[in-house]
Design a protein around this ligand. Structure first.
Ligand code: ZN
Length: 284
């Protein structure tokens, strides 16, 4: 049934070589009109959709912070109006990152959890994991992502935390320093899928940007949106605070793409790397 043709389907990734925690924009072009396009990476399907601004098909893949350094294959499969199937693959090398360590002291009650608190934390973790499985197919995000607050990074992405002398988990987002009450902006267009008060994260807002991409905003003093709201890039989601497990006012900003825990700053860089057309405004 299928006429496999590599030459008719061009596949590129930005960046060309990835690092642990990166986000790659996969861009496909070559056919005037494709009926369906999707990609596969590490055995998982990811969605690829037509982008009017670039006239190409695009999708995102996340390189989880714990991905083993190696060369992986990105596969793109497309079908045209006559049901001809096109397939092309691209090798993607993933390089190791030395994320470093951070020592900090916290009240013991926030670290060595009692049984009841542990149960609450486990329940919240399961709720979030379930949420990350239900992304809408429709792509809501555009290529330019916005930094939610201007503050400098107080705790970088991927750091292994040594809390009260014990080695704990890696930091899965970035902490941005900001005054209590500073507006927290949506990094891109999306739907509010969670507004909740969580043990570690405090007052939290999560946006679903479609096609497997989520952004998270933690430790807010207040949330100004409701679950189900459709928000535009730059919309005010809430205010910076210090709720949950936090040592002072800051925004914890996290990104998941198809389940992978990635560095939010990789999204900010993506627009530049992919050579966007001039009608798309660049944001620092
Ligand atoms: Zn954090």
């Amino acid at each position: 049934m299928a006429a496999h043709s590599e030459s008719d389907l061009r596949v590129e990734s930005f960046p060309k070589v990835a690092r642990q925690g990166d986000v790659c924009l996969v861009r496909t072009s070559g056919q005037a009109s494709l009926k369906s396009v999707h990609g596969e990476f590490q055995g998982e399907r990811f969605s690829i959709a037509f982008n009017n601004e670039t006239g190409t098909y695009e999708g995102l893949i996340g390189i989880d912070m714990s991905t083993s350094p190696a060369t992986y294959e990105i596969k793109v499969i497309a079908t045209d109006a006559d049901n001809r199937v096109y397939l092309n693959t691209l090798s993607l090398r993933v390089e190791k990152v030395d994320f470093g360590m951070q020592a900090l002291s916290l009240p013991p009650s926030m670290v060595d959890l009692d049984a009841k608190t542990l149960e609450r934390v486990n329940q919240e973790t399961r709720k979030l994991e379930a949420l990350f499985q239900t992304s809408r197919n429709e792509r809501l995000w555009k290529n330019v992502f916005i930094r939610p607050v201007e503050g400098e990074i107080s705790t970088g992405f991927g750091l292994t935390r040594i809390i009260n002398g014990q080695r704990r988990s890696q930091h899965t987002g970035v902490d941005l320093r900001a005054e209590e009450g500073t507006s927290v902006l949506a990094t891109n267009h999306g739907v509010v899928v969670l507004v909740d008060e969580l043990f570690f994260s405090g007052k939290s807002v999560i946006l679903d940007h479609g096609s497997g991409l989520y952004s998270m905003y933690f430790h807010l003093s207040e949330a100004l949106v409701k679950e189900g709201n459709l928000v535009r890039a730059g919309a005010i989601l809430g205010r910076v605070g210090s709720t949950g497990r936090s040592t002072g006012p800051h925004l914890h900003w996290g990104i998941r793409t198809n389940g992978a825990r990635v560095d939010p700053f990789a999204l900010l860089k993506m627009g530049t790397l992919s050579n966007l057309t001039n009608n798309v405004r660049q944001k620092d």
